[in-house]
Design a protein around this ligand. Structure first.
Ligand code: 5AD
Ligand code: SF4
Length: 427
């Protein structure tokens, strides 16, 4: 989501006559787009803004802005922490940044809260790269109230873009060479709920997927993230029916313990998670399932944690993001005792990491010798000039290629594997 927002800012600023520079030392305006989900993300951003402020003190002149969730979360407090910050803009007011920069800069600017809700929709894309993937935001905000999560505070209530706007944005992306689209939202399967009609027992999200599936030239659709609560048969069935919908699902489960799920205010049970995943696996060949999980939530006992371990052992996720619980001021769980020690959180993190690494390795090993169709995304990080792409079910494949391969579908024969990637050659 943040990458998508940064892209939109970049395009907005370019169209207002600004230039994006590669070297931060050349910038007249420095904008930090920030995250608040865990304390560590905020500490990093505050550290970076302190580093930049010292440069300003030593005579280099530029405007320093903090935008995104941390801007919303800490607000005016940030001016106190770092008086060299010039502007603070929350995620729902990012569209106003170009206006802020268009005026002579007089004093600290603080833009928080709702603004004009529809104006926060993201619809501008950077067409200057040769990539064939694009993210498309379908909604803003989150109506859930997970007890640990700061997002409803920073991003506000859900608002949905009209289906027609999303479809025409995707059509024009395809016209410009995009082949794969990732639909983005805090809870994509809540898209349009209560606002757009259910038709033939299909949710608005599934209706959107059906319309996108009909766009000629669009090869792949992904989405991130759904919530287990609204993950119903119509969506599972859409995976089977719609040829463009990729067989990969990122389903954040957060915990395997029903007691902890209740404390987290996640309105589903472990049994429900297992039945969704079983239905996905029964209906969709080769489906890859990934998840998010939090370890060390307040009151998480050895017994609760062992239920998350057993969920991992039962399900065998393809991959998981494991987060150590971080109390966020203003959330419900910040009022609970953060009683799992840092050492214990590390230990639990490591136990799940070991399981997920073993499972990922096994999934990747099973691909040895097979030929996989990938869409080439770009240069692999630390890939010694090699390229990478992804299979329809999201496996990362690294291979030797040329820049001309970026954005193309290629068949790769897999000859090696690691925990996070497969390696192969073009056939
Ligand atoms: N502490 C740790 N992890 C968190 N997440 C959200 N809030 C917190 C928190 N306070 C994790 C959840 C979510 C992911 C984006 O971040 O697992 O799915
Ligand atoms: Fe946060 Fe829960 Fe909303 Fe996800 S569903 S953004 S975890 S409140």
């Amino acid at each position: 989501m943040n990458v998508r927002e940064s892209e939109q800012l970049m395009v907005d600023l370019r169209s207002a006559g600004h230039e994006i520079v590669e070297d931060e030392k050349e910038a007249d305006v420095f904008i930090l787009n920030t995250c608040s989900v865990r304390e560590q993300a905020e500490i990093k951003a505050i550290g970076k803004s302190g580093f930049l402020a010292r440069r300003k003190k030593h005579g280099t002149n530029f405007l320093l802005g903090i935008v995104g969730c941390m801007a919303e979360n800490l607000g005016r407090e940030l001016f106190k922490l770092n008086p060299k910050i010039d502007f603070i803009i929350g995620p729902r007011r990012l569209n106003e940044l170009k206006l802020v920069l268009a005026q002579p800069f007089v004093d600290h600017v603080l833009l928080l809260g709702d603004g004009k809700p529809e104006a926060s929709f993201l619809s501008n894309h950077d067409h200057s790269s040769n990539s064939a993937n694009a993210g498309v935001s379908i909604m803003q905000g989150c109506n859930m109230c997970c007890s640990y999560c700061i997002v409803p505070k920073t991003r506000g209530q859900e608002i949905y873009r009209p289906i027609g706007d999303i479809v025409s944005e995707c059509r024009s992306l395809v016209d410009s060479g995009i082949k794969e689209i990732m639909l983005l939202g805090q809870i994509v399967n809540n898209y349009g709920v209560g606002q757009f009609k259910i038709v033939d027992q299909k949710s608005p999200f599934v209706q959107l997927l059906e319309q996108l599936d009909r766009i000629p030239g669009l090869a792949r659709i992904r989405y991130m993230s759904p919530h287990p609560k609204g993950f119903r048969m119509d969506l599972i069935d859409a995976h089977r029916r719609l040829k463009t919908l990729c067989p990969s699902v990122h389903l954040p489960v957060q915990s395997g313990s029903d007691r902890i799920l209740r404390l987290m205010k996640r309105p589903y049970s472990r049994e429900r998670i297992c039945s969704i995943i079983k239905a996905l696996r029964d209906k969709i060949p080769n489906v890859a399932i990934t998840t998010d999980v939090i370890v060390g939530f307040p009151g998480e006992t050895e017994q609760d944690f062992s239920e998350t371990v057993s969920l991992f052992e039962d399900i065998h996720f393809n991959m998981a993001y494991i987060f150590k619980y971080s109390p966020r001021a203003g959330t419900v769980s910040a009022g609970m005792l953060d009683d799992v020690s840092a050492q214990e959180k590390d230990q639990r993190n490591k136990i799940l990491l070991d399981i997920i690494q073993r499972d990922s390795l096994r999934y990747n090993q099973a691909m040895l010798g097979s030929v996989v169709e990938i869409l080439v995304e770009g240069h692999a990080k630390r890939g010694d000039g090699r390229l990478f792409g992804r299979s329809a079910n999201g496996y990362k494949v690294i291979f030797d290629g040329t820049d001309a391969d970026i954005g193309k579908f290629l068949n790769i024969k897999i000859c090696d594997y690691g925990i996070t990637a497969l390696y192969g050659n073009c056939v």
